[in-house]
Design a protein around this ligand. Structure first.
Ligand SMILES: Cc1cc2nc3c(=O)[nH]c(=O)nc-3n(C[C@H](O)[C@H](O)[C@H](O)COP(=O)(O)OP(=O)(O)OC[C@H]3O[C@@H](n4cnc5c(N)ncnc54)[C@H](O)[C@@H]3O)c2cc1C
Length: 469
């Protein structure tokens, strides 16, 4: 940081170095802008430090442990498989550090200036950046705001050593014997499932009719079946009411079917949504328009109502996902450079790293019908796929949603092994305007999980090979 308060001048100031901000900074620098990127925390934001990456590391470690204990079908038995959880955490930390170090290297090699500090906007072209010691004024032509979000804290469940948000749950130094999770969204289901894989007795309390809202029943049922196998108690239509901290744990009260119930555990994890970080940074005072939830209103180029201020990621409308933030980051940086880039969320995937994984892109059967399409939904089961069987992981399906008139692929869902990767092919088909015939005529290596997409396309054309119609 520069000593003294002579303003530093820069073309583009990027606020927040999560997957939105750091991608925006790299793209802006690639397009010839002088760029300063500021973060008050660690490079990589929520995603790399306390979100996507560490949660997936924990999930993978849990799977390894589970598989070591549960491969008898394949003739493999193991005795005394143990977990050193401090080592799991250490390894998880190494994965995070490798990635955040990589982000630093990428920003530097693209000549973006990295500053640690907290940003407060003074006016449309001026911001103060404060660290513990001093404040520095920056003058910018354009700003990209990518300040992300934080967990919502519910009044009856104040966070503490025993009442955790997702960050706290990722950083435990022990495997709890029992854990209660309030909220069966993707974060609660993923983290609850991860600890269940390590042997924790987990109870998930979900207020609505089903966990993983937004995914169809046929998909969530598969997840609930596996959760049950892991010993997880999924209680739906359960309204959590309060928590009492005991000597070494928590007692959670909830209401189910009009009856008050309690459940005790070592920890309570509360995952009931996230709030955008758009307060306390001067945006309101500057006149940036937001909705009632504090989400910033933007146009198709991620521009706010102030023409040199852009906003991306969790602070704008749409699914709060890392890949959406990064996509918007590129659009904003290109728009500042005068390109005509515009957002188009048609092919944005949603993935849950549950067991089995769930993934969806474009239309579901229901949303397509609601939108007025006449569609075919062609479902190919992993049980008829050689690779899935040889992996001993053959539950689930690939479903392709195609327009009846011409076979155009307008969406797809995958529930099963590697759904998170398989969805990319359907996403590409949606994005590129491909038909079922295009997918069916694409030669897929054998034996692979990817063949399920080709087989679903064959089915969409009315000529399935490895199942009967
Ligand atoms: C447990 C968990 C698991 C998740 N898993 C996935 C997943 O598998 N896939 C997926 O796509 N998404 C996942 N997400 C969501 C994903 O992490 C977010 O959507 C993504 O991080 C949003 O990116 P962003 O750039 O908008 O903001 P963030 O990643 O939140 O980054 C914002 C940055 O801005 C900084 N900042 C805030 N205010 C200021 C200020 N005034 N001055 C300076 N800096 C500031 C913060 O320090 C932070 O580093 C997960 C989230 C959680 C919590």
């Amino acid at each position: 940081m520069v000593v003294g308060d002579f303003p530093v001048e820069v073309d583009t100031l990027v606020v927040g170095a999560g997957p939105g901000g750091y991608v925006a900074a790299i793209r802006a620098a690639q397009m010839g802008q002088s760029v300063t990127i500021v973060d008050k925390g660690n490079l990589g934001g929520v995603c790399l430090n306390v979100g996507c990456v560490p949660s997936k590391a924990l999930i993978s470690a849990g799977h390894r442990y589970e598989q070591a204990n549960d491969s008898e079908d394949m003739g493999i038995t193991a005795e005394n498989v143990s977990v050193d959880f401090s080592k799991v955490q250490e390894w998880k930390g190494q994965v995070v550090n490798k990635l955040t170090g990589g982000v630093e290297g990428l920003l530097k090699s693209n000549k973006a200036d990295i500053v640690k500090g907290e940003v407060y906007f003074v006016d449309q072209n001026t911001a103060k950046i404060m660290d513990d010691k001093q404040s520095q004024t920056y003058k910018f032509k354009n700003a990209i705001v990518a300040t992300g979000s934080r967990p919502i804290e519910l009044k009856p469940f104040p966070y503490s050593d025993r009442v955790l948000d997702s960050t706290g749950a990722l950083e435990l130094d022990e495997i709890p014997e029992k854990m209660v999770v309030i909220g069966g969204g993707y974060i609660g289901t993923e983290l609850g499932g991860a600890y269940a894989s390590f042997g924790t007795e987990v109870t998930i309390l979900e207020g609505t009719e089903d966990i993983l809202g937004g995914f169809e029943k046929g998909m969530t049922q598969l997840v609930k079946k596996r959760l049950k196998k892991k010993g997880v108690d999924v209680v739906t239509k359960a309204m959590a009411q309060g928590v009492e901290e005991t000597d070494n744990g928590v007692k959670v009260t909830y209401e189910e079917k009009g009856e008050e119930k309690t459940v005790e555990a070592d920890y309570l994890l509360v995952t009931v949504g996230r709030r955008p970080n758009t307060d306390e940074i001067g945006l309101d005072e500057m006149g940036v328009e937001m909705d009632d939830n504090g989400l910033i209103k933007i146009d198709k180029q991620c521009r706010t109502n102030l023409d040199n201020i852009y906003a991306i990621g969790d602070i704008v409308d749409g699914p709060p996902l890392a890949h959406k933030a990064s996509y918007e980051g590129k659009i904003a940086a290109e728009a500042i450079s005068g390109e005509k880039s515009e957002i188009d969320y048609l092919g944005i995937p949603a993935v849950v790293f549950s067991d089995p994984e769930l993934a969806s892109v474009g239309h579901s059967e229901d949303s397509a019908k609601e939108a007025g399409f006449e569609v075919d939904a062609s479902k190919f089961p992993f049980g008829a796929n050689g690779r899935a069987l040889s992996l001993n992981d053959s539950e689930g399906f690939v479903k392709l949603i195609t327009r009846q008139s011409d076979g155009l692929v307008i969406g797809g869902q995958v529930a099963g092994p590697n759904a998170s990767d398989l969805i990319a092919e359907i996403g590409l088909a949606v994005e590129a305007g491909m038909t079922a015939e295009d997918l069916a005529l694409t030669i897929h290596a054998h034996p692979t999980l990817g063949e399920t997409v080709m087989e679903a396309a064959d089915l969409a054309m009315g000529m399935p090979i490895h199942i009967t119609k």
